[in-house]
Ligand binder design. Structure first.
Ligand code: C2E
Ligand code: MG
Ligand code: MG
Ligand code: MG
Length: 281
């Protein structure tokens, strides 16, 4: 019967590909089997200290290759998985597989921490704290090695009290909480103290614009972050000029294609020596 369903949807797919709504439905349907069919894999991208002297972390980025749809970007399928609730199962896979690869590489100490993206829905789903603790215990990884990236949507939700409780428990264990895509969302800077945030990740749109306004926003974020005693990371760094400007502003860590694209296996992740070479080439 699975075959019949698949054939049916393949047909719909070829006839109505132009229709956005049809594609969304199809993605939603295919996502339900994607974990069990082993269609997901992980990519890893280094986050380097601004001095380029150490790798602070590797961010885990989910990849989906479906036999019918081909490779689908997380920017397209994550929102659909969030809508259907499938993100909770997908997120559990990401956590387990990422920690597995991190533990298996044996070089965790040289590679910095492991940064994993969490959706709002995962945060408010029952049992997240235990799930994270169990996964760390299973793979024998210290909580201090884990970073969880959340977005500003945590400030725009009815469940702020629950979210705060969950993040506070994780943070007390030693896990870092980073605020991703900073500047694009809802958070007013004055609300930063409401959550146990340990770093801001400036959204790549500000890094890449490079005009006076974007620069002012980055400078302002660095000043505010200092007041709150938290760190600042810039994502989407593609050029040496961007990296130098961000160093100048006082951003603590950098991430982007300049240093490394996301790589498909943790073991293949770049080393500090390679990064220094890229940046001085
Ligand atoms: P994000 O967490 O903000 O991740 C950064 C995105 O920027 C990644 O896109 C990364 O590949 C891309 N990137 C890194 N360096 C550069 C650069 O120099 N230039 C440009 N143009 N892009 C760069 P990706 O992998 O397509 O992921 C997109 C978004 O999907 C992520 O944004 C995150 O919000 C979400 N996502 C990815 N994996 C997961 C996951 O496991 N769970 C959840 N909940 N969301 C995920
Ligand atoms: Mg992220
Ligand atoms: Mg981001
Ligand atoms: Mg993003």
């Amino acid at each position: 019967q699975a075959k019949r369903t698949l054939r049916g949807t393949t047909l719909v797919y070829s006839e109505h590909m132009k229709c956005d709504q049809e594609r969304r439905l199809m993605i939603g349907q295919f996502l339900r089997q994607a974990v069990s069919s082993k269609e997901f894999s992980l990519s890893f991208q280094p986050i380097v200290s601004s001095s380029l002297q150490s790798i602070e972390a590797h961010e885990v980025l989910l990849r989906w290759n479906n036999p019918v749809l081909g490779s689908v970007s997380p920017d397209e399928f994550i929102p659909i998985a969030e809508e259907s609730g499938e993100i909770v199962a997908i997120g559990a896979y990401v956590l387990d597989e990422a920690l597995h690869q991190y533990a298996a590489s044996g070089s965790a100490s040289r590679s910095g921490k492991l940064a994993i993206n969490l959706s709002l829905l995962q945060l408010v789903a029952p049992g997240l704290v235990d799930q994270v603790r169990n996964a760390l215990a299973k793979h024998r990884i210290s909580a201090h090695r884990l970073v969880l990236e959340v977005t500003e949507s945590i400030f725009d939700d009815r469940n702020t009290a629950l979210i705060n409780t969950v993040l506070t428990e994780l943070h007390r264990d030693g896990i870092e909480i980073h605020l991703d895509d900073f500047g694009t969302g809802y958070s007013s800077l004055s609300r930063l103290h409401e959550m146990p945030i340990t770093a801001l990740k400036i959204d790549k749109s500000f890094v890449q614009k490079g005009d006076a306004q974007a620069t002012a926003i980055i400078e302002g974020s660095v000043l505010i972050a200092r007041q709150f005693g938290i760190r600042v990371i810039a994502e989407g760094v593609e050029t040496l000029a961007q990296a130098e400007a961000l160093q100048e502003i006082g951003v603590d860590a950098l991430q982007g294609y300049l240093f490394s694209r996301p790589v498909p296996r943790f073991q293949e992740a770049v080393t500090v020596a390679q990064i220094e070479q890229t940046a001085t080439a």
